[in-house]
Ligand binder design. Structure first.
Ligand SMILES: [Zn+2]
Length: 211
């Protein structure tokens, strides 16, 4: 039998093989806005994915794996729920509902009253998740502004702006909480992760960028 079928020991936190554990870059970060990451199934074991590191670092973050969400996976609890999604001209799909406008008072509300939903997938997969998930379509959207260039050089085609899920979420939280500095240690740790993946890349990662 093929020896490759024997499962390699896995880190229970980051779900990677122990030899490729990324937990040393976890940067525990306190914050007020609740985060829900909806992760495309193809991202779960992607060596270059950033959502697991984000999830392990943020104090208030849920990670839910799925592609089509027929019902909201967050509770109806009076929090204002926003979707982190780039500003783009409304696509002309007849079955896509237009998002509700973002009420300005939400941005004045206490950060602890906000919930940010983030899609983790390539740009194309994220858009497909949106199309397949009616509860996401009408969420008011948060678009990022004044973004620094991404450090996510290890992966192309992730999004039109090339930001990783971790970077986009950190910038969004910094924007919503008015405290970008709070998320800088996590962004710095992410640089270490990128460097590590870059060095390890090509040797054992057989997955393609687009998967
Ligand atoms: Zn680990």
């Amino acid at each position: 039998m093929c020896a490759a079928l024997v499962p390699r020991p896995q880190c229970t936190a980051c779900l990677r093989p122990l030899s490729a554990c990324i937990c040393r870059w976890v940067a525990p970060t306190d914050h007020a806005v609740e985060v829900v990451v909806l992760q495309h199934p193809l991202e779960v074991h992607h060596a270059k994915g950033s959502a697991r590191l984000l999830h392990l670092s943020l104090a208030h973050c849920r990670l839910v794996v799925g592609e089509a969400f027929a019902a909201p996976v967050w509770p109806v609890d009076g929090k204002h729920t926003l979707l982190l999604y780039p500003d783009s001209p409304q696509e002309s799909a007849p079955d896509l509902r237009a998002p509700l406008p973002l009420p300005p008072e939400w941005l004045q509300a206490k950060s602890s009253r906000l919930r940010l939903v983030v899609l983790d997938g390539t740009w194309r997969k994220s858009r497909k998740m949106l199309y397949q998930s009616p509860p996401l379509q009408q969420l008011p959207r948060l678009a990022l502004r004044n973004l620094p260039p991404s450090h996510y050089r290890i992966r192309k085609a992730h999004g039109p702006d090339q930001l990783s899920t971790l970077e986009a979420t950190c910038y969004a939280l910094g924007q919503l909480e008015g405290d970008a500095a709070r998320f800088q240690p996590l962004l710095d740790a992410f640089d270490g992760f990128v460097e590590y993946v870059e060095q390890a890349g090509g040797q054992r990662n057989a997955q393609t960028d687009e998967s």
